[in-house]
Design a protein around this ligand. Structure first.
Ligand SMILES: Nc1ncnc2c1ncn2[C@@H]1O[C@H](COP(=O)(O)OP(=O)(O)OP(=O)(O)O)[C@@H](O)[C@H]1O
Ligand SMILES: [Mg+2]
Length: 470
């Protein structure tokens, strides 16, 4: 077993990890930290809640605390991009904690708040900047920050950062980076065509794959209840009333409006709830999250804005009030529970219409069939049969996923419901931090993603697909 003391990290960093209560590195940390310390580019894939943040932060802290030139005004040495403001804030907090014994300067910038304090923080130069792409580009365009001396570039939630919602902004950022740099990509999911793009952005990367892409954590018990859409709100209140083990619950809805409606319904039923989504002010978003973290709010009702990366202790249940049409989103949503070795329960409310197709896609991606339970107290679930005849069948346990889903613009009538769902949740034009960019298209993926990545790397540029072909 690898120990932190085996990883050649500075004593100040090891002390900070002890103070955090970390005894041994998680598998992704043991696998990723050594090649990252050697300065290699890296693609790290590991399940939700398994310590990817420290896997990229610790090598950065180690590298940047070596003797170095003075940091120049407005310049940054390491940049970490994230899809949401709340995740950016959280990663900055981890950097502060892991780097507490070092004298490195870090800051976080994101949209939805005044830029003046962020500009002040950038003025003298920074060792580490955590940012959402929109605000970063704004401040770059205004001349407040330059990335021409960047040493390390990180995309957390890399597949999300490289998909439609963010790729244009991320490309603009990458265009300003020096060619000689270290690039680190991390995620729990990596759809196949995005892995090809990732491969083009990494130079001779170490691939550290703790489990096949999109593997869910074993300690999360995954259940599905088949319920008509109109009965979902009633079912949710009923469950919360009957099951005291549901003490810290995140409920995911497909739309911002839906999140508001569910939160209002819960409040009316005397369940302390708060909504978080891209139409809320930044202060309301943070207040909802803090209230939930502090245990004042029993139920956080969220869009996918809270699906990725957010780390809150002791989330007992994740309820997919509506199933996501993008199967990777399910993996991230349920990953808000059962983190860092804890157990948790994920309950999907599957309607009797188009959501059954989403359920099939999810089970194909994760290779884990959900246990069907009847509506009722969930602590003792009675397994029941699925509705027949058109009900989703559990995907067989298999090493490789069957077929890739059709591209949405080529899909046939059979996928029309899914396309409609995508249009409903199309990204809005909010800049800076992902507010309003709740979702864009991701494709289904599986273990073969790494086959593609390997062949893309082996074939060299000629063998890779051009932008237009993807
Ligand atoms: N070596 C360790 N020992 C104990 N706890 C750890 C260790 N590393 C990280 N943790 C804790 O595990 C939790 C999850 O870590 P982190 O948020 O980095 O996960 P992640 O892999 O990035 O998940 P996600 O895919 O959801 O973003 C955090 O609360 C963190 O403090
Ligand atoms: Mg993370």
């Amino acid at each position: 077993m690898t120990l932190f003391s085996d990883l050649s990290l500075r004593p100040e960093i090891q002390q900070a990890l002890i103070a955090q209560g970390y005894r041994t590195p998680t598998p992704i940390q043991a696998g990723a930290i050594p090649p990252a310390l050697l300065g290699r580019d890296l693609l790290g894939i590991a399940q939700t809640g398994t310590g990817k943040t420290a896997a990229f932060t610790l090598p950065i802290l180690q590298r940047l605390s070596e003797p170095h030139e003075r940091v120049h005004a407005g310049r940054v040495r390491a940049l970490i991009l994230t899809p949401t403001r709340e995740l950016a804030i959280q990663i900055r907090e981890s950097i502060t904690a892991y780097g507490s014994g070092l004298s490195l300067r870090s800051a976080v910038i994101f949209g939805g708040v005044g830029q003046a304090p962020q500009v002040t923080a950038l003025r003298g130069g920074l060792d580490i900047l955590v940012a959402t792409p929109g605000r970063l580009l704004d401040l770059m365009n205004q001349g407040h920050v330059r990335l021409d001396r960047l040493e390390v570039f990180v995309l957390d939630e890399a597949d999300r950062m490289l998909d439609m919602g963010f790729i244009h902004d991320v490309r603009k950022v990458i265009a300003t980076l020096p060619a000689k740099r270290q690039t680190l990509f991390f995620s729990a999911t990596m759809p196949v065509e995005i892995s090809a793009l990732a491969a083009r952005l990494l130079k001779n990367p170490a691939r550290v794959e703790v489990a096949p892409v999109a593997t869910t954590v074993e300690l999360v018990e995954q259940r599905v209840i088949f319920v008509p859409a109109a009965s979902k709100r009633h079912l949710l209140v009923d469950m919360l009333g009957k099951d005291p083990s549901m003490d810290r619950v995140i409920v995911f809805t497909r739309t911002k409006h839906g999140a508001n409606k569910v939160a209002e319904h819960l409040e009316k039923a005397n369940v302390p709830a708060a909504a978080i989504h891209g139409n809320k002010s930044q202060s309301a978003r943070q207040a909802a999250l803090e209230g939930f973290r502090a245990g004042e709010v029993r139920v956080l009702v969220a869009t996918d804005i809270a699906a990725r990366g957010i780390d809150i202790d002791g989330v007992s249940h994740v309820v997919n009030f509506e199933l996501p049409n993008i199967p990777e989103s399910y993996v991230h949503r349920i990953g808000r529970t059962a983190r860092a070795g804890a157990a948790g329960v994920a309950v999907a409310f599957c309607d009797l219409g188009e959501e059954r197709a989403y359920l099939r896609d999810i089970e194909k991606l994760t290779r884990v069939p959900l246990t069907v339970v009847e509506a009722g107290p969930l602590s003792v679930p009675p397994p029941v049969a699925r509705p027949q005849p058109s009900a989703a069948k559990p995907a067989p346990q298999q090493a490789h996923r069957p077929q890739r889903r059709e591209e949405p613009n080529r899909s046939s009538g059979d996928h029309s419901g899914r396309e409609r769902a995508r249009r409903d949740s199309a990204p809005s034009s909010n800049r800076g931090g992902g507010g309003g960019r709740d979702r864009s298209r991701e494709a289904s993926s599986g273990p073969s993603a790494f086959g593609d990545l390997v062949s893309a790397l082996n074939n060299g540029p000629a063998g890779r697909k051009s932008e237009g072909q993807r």
